[in-house]
Design a protein around this ligand. Sequence first.
Ligand SMILES: Nc1ncnc2c1ncn2[C@@H]1O[C@H](COP(=O)(O)OP(=O)(O)OP(=O)(O)O)[C@@H](O)[C@H]1O
Length: 248
Amino acid sequence: MEQAIILENVSYSYSQEKPALMGINLQVPSHSSCAIIGPSGCGKTTLLYALAGFIKPQAGHISIFGETLDAFPKEAGIILQDYALFPWKTVFDNVFLGLKLQGKTRKGAEEHVAHLLQKLGIYELRSKYPHELSGGEKQRTAIARSLILDPKILLLDEATSALDEMTKEELQNLLLEIQIERRTTIVQVTHSIPEAVFLGQKIVIMQQGKIQKILENPIFGDLYLRNQPEFFEMCAKVREHLQEGASL
Ligand SMILES: Nc1ncnc2c1ncn2[C@@H]1O[C@H](COP(=O)(O)OP(=O)(O)OP(=O)(O)O)[C@@H](O)[C@H]1O
């Protein structure tokens, strides 16, 4: 099995006293999905930033498709919590931007962008600006902006946390469909147990800068999972590990 991401003994400190990551070892196979969950301040975002090459670990090694990571990996797209859309660009132009930077013309890219906007249910919004969109619509635009470049890895930092429950579930379904159809490797930081179980084939539970437990999730990959007893059982299992970690 090819590994998309390998972290070996990765440690990172923002300051002298308290390391944010301590000896992280993790493998994420290609075409799989990994959810990272843990209490506030345990190092989830720091881990994602290390994978994106935004910060450089003081110790350890990260490789992406077998190559040492030293800058933002060309195979990756990242979606941050605040969407990071350009406010002066329309939905279409925010999504087109990546192709433009690759030298594509607007006319040449029009069909490709339109197709993706349709797929994500935001084609009708193509001429609107970010301030005219709801949170869920902004997040779909941010996802489209990443997907237009067909990344092999998608990194998401609490991508659905600012959304209401139903919009959250719609977006989770969309991410699962993307993972299944495009076989994109997804690494997602989340605060939500149901989200981790729905979207994580591998669920990484973090505690105080360390990986406390890695759970393989055999029920991953079903769009109709949420009402099934196995789903509740898996959520309970993750909750138990989180509670156990909190009492250490
Ligand atoms: N820029 C920074 N400078 C100094 N310390 C930081 C910085 N960013 C994060 N930290 C510290 O590093 C630790 C890990 O933070 P991180 O943001 O990775 O946690 P998290 O699990 O993503 O938290 P949350 O769920 O609240 O977003 C925390 O103790 C935090 O205070």
